[in-house]
Every structure is written in structure tokens, then in C-alpha cells.
Design a protein around this ligand. Sequence first.
Ligand code: HEM
Length: 371
Amino acid sequence: LSSWYAQMRNENPVYYDEEFPLIFGPKGSWQVFCYEDVRRVLSDYSVFSNEYMPKIEENPIGNSFNQTDPPLHGKLRALVSGAFSVEAMRQLEDTVYTQCEGLITKVLNQGEWDIVNDFALPLSASVIAQALGIPPQHFESFNAWTKMVVEGTGFYQGQEGMKNFFLELFEERRMRPQPDLISHLLTENMDPEHIFAHCIILFMAGYETTSTLIGNALFYLSEHETLQDQLHALPGDIPRAINEVLRLRPSALNMYRIAAQDVELKGQWIKKGQFVTAWIGSANRDPSVFPYPNHFDLDRTNFSQILSFGHGIHFCVGAPLARLEARIALEVILRHMKKLKVRENTQLVPATSSTMLSGFKSLPLTFEVRA
Ligand code: HEM
């Protein structure tokens, strides 16, 4: 994609694509590629609104706080942001270490594993499900529903499956509250539709994105054996390596908005009511902000400008959790394994058919046990 991004930034930085497919149904959207424009589209909420999905019963995501603008957005977001505080992350740390060790122990004597299906997906699912309060036996169904929604193959059916499941779980938690986010939300004065929308957006936004980050990090490491040894020796550098993976291979390649008023970008007039696609993947490689943008560079000092978690009031509420999981995952993997390589003759298949998520369906890696 890097050469396509560069070409678009240079020749067509803002253009309308009539055929561009949006996962929630319609076709046609403006495409925006340069850093300053992408950042503006993501954060200038009075011009680029987040209320772009249909607010209909079959689409609970349309009722989530991601799909609201101020002032409602801030009120709804505040109900969940505590679950991702520094203190909450500190409390989750030991569990994440234990889960990583458990998943790795299972494969250590095999010399080969599929980092996506044997590790990243189960880790990400169990951590987010644990935070929400979803019992482990339902992870597989959640996996299937999530895929239907993010791939657009069953955008509404997938949500229906989750909804029925959650409504039953709410009843159970009302009777027997647990120390989890669902029980906490049930004590707020909210109708079940909104509580459901909170749960579904947290799961949807946090599950495959985090797994993708871990898979993408391992893919990069598998091509750079010396970096594996370097990060094993200096685990303090792992967060910076994760930043570069996020920048170069963002889990969410783009985000949508709808124009709340007519607006001009790079000489093009976007009309009120038209969709806008902000290409995070391109902004992260804009050389005016990241010199030598295609180069993986642990010494960059402007990591805070990376747009992989969005920008402004909708900045990813789960970013601390995603970073925590990825950091611990890399630390534990490199503690036990070395010479990780993509298995020979492997055909790499993208995780989804949608243009929104990047990543691999599976990533078989061979390795040696680190003594
Ligand atoms: C928002 C990316 C992990 C929950 C966002 C946005 C991006 C993003 C780009 C901005 C959306 C917008 O502008 O409309 C990612 C990536 C992740 C990740 C790349 C992993 C590598 C997580 C996790 C959770 C989560 C672990 C929760 C457990 C959310 C929620 C929002 C959001 C609820 C909406 C925030 C709002 O609208 O105020 N994420 N995310 N994300 N993310 Fe994440």
C-alpha cells in the first residue's frame, strides 16, 4: 500500500470515489490521504460528524458512543473510560502475563505455531471478555459474530447474535453482579439498548484490532531476526517497536465521518451529508511528519503524532489496554522463543475482505526455544 498512499498524497490527496464500499451499506465516499487533512477529519467534530451509521434497531453500533458527537459523546464515554485507567491497567498486568505464559507453554515443544489463531486472537478475546464479563465458553461465537460485522458479510446478523447473548447476560448480572464492566454499566441509569451498544462497541473495537497489532508485530520481527535478539536483551525498547508497527501497519487503515456542513479540503468541496474516509495508513507515512516514512526507526521522537488510535475526542479509549497486551505479548514470546520465521511456502491471506482492517487470517511461524 505504501506506494499507492504516496501516489494519492501527491496526485489525488482529496477525491470522491463513487464505488467505495462502506461496511455499513452505502457506496461512495471522499478519500483523504495527507496527514494534516486526516487529523482534521478525525478531530474537527463540528464539521466531520461521527453520526455516520444508520440509527436503526438492527444496528446497535449506531447507538454506541463512538457514533455520537458532543455533548452526548463525552457523557457516554465517561461511563467506560475508568475501565482503562492507569490503575485498571496495573491490575490487569498479572493476568495478561499469566495468559501469555499459558498460551505459549502449550506450543513450546512444537517448534511451530500460528501466532494469530494460537495466540493473538485467544489472548485479545479473553482479556477484553474478562474486562467486560463475558464467560469464556462464548468466545468462539463472539469471534464469528465479530467477523460478520467487521467484514461486512453479516453486518446486521452478527449484531443480532451479540444482542440476544448480551440481553440474557444482563439478566444474569442484574441478579448476581460481578466485579466487571457490564455489572457496573447496569448500575447506571441507562436503557438496555445503550448498555448493549457500549458492550458491543468495546468488544468490536478491541478484539481483532489488538490481535492484529500483535500479529503484525510478529510478522515484522519474523523478517528481522536481529531485532528479536535486540528486544529480548532490552525489553524496555519494546513499546517503541510497537509504536513503529502501529505506524507502519495500523490495525485500522481508515475511519469514516459524515460532513455536517459543506467544507473545502485541498480545493475540493465536500458537501453536507457526504461520507469521508480518512486514510490513517497514509497519514502515518506522510514524509512531512515522519521523515523517511517507510523506514522502521526506533529512534523517532514524535510517536505521539501517530494516528493509529485516532485523534481528538474519539481517540481510542482502549489504547492503554492494546499497548499493555502487545508489550507483554512480545516480552513473553521473546523470553521463550528465538529465530521466529514465517513457515516456508506459506501463502499469507488478509484477515478480512474489508478495506478497514489490516492483518493476516493466520500466520504460521517456526521458532527455536530460547534456553
Ligand atoms: C476508537 C483503533 C484497541 C475501544 C478507536 C479509534 C481508532 C481505534 C482509530 C478512533 C475511532 C474514531 O475516530 O471514530 C484501535 C486500534 C487498537 C484498538 C488500532 C488496537 C491496536 C481498542 C481496545 C478497545 C478499544 C483494546 C477496548 C477494549 C475503542 C472504543 C473507541 C475506539 C470504544 C471509540 C472511542 C470514541 O468514539 O470516543 N480505536 N483501537 N479499542 N476504540 Fe480502539
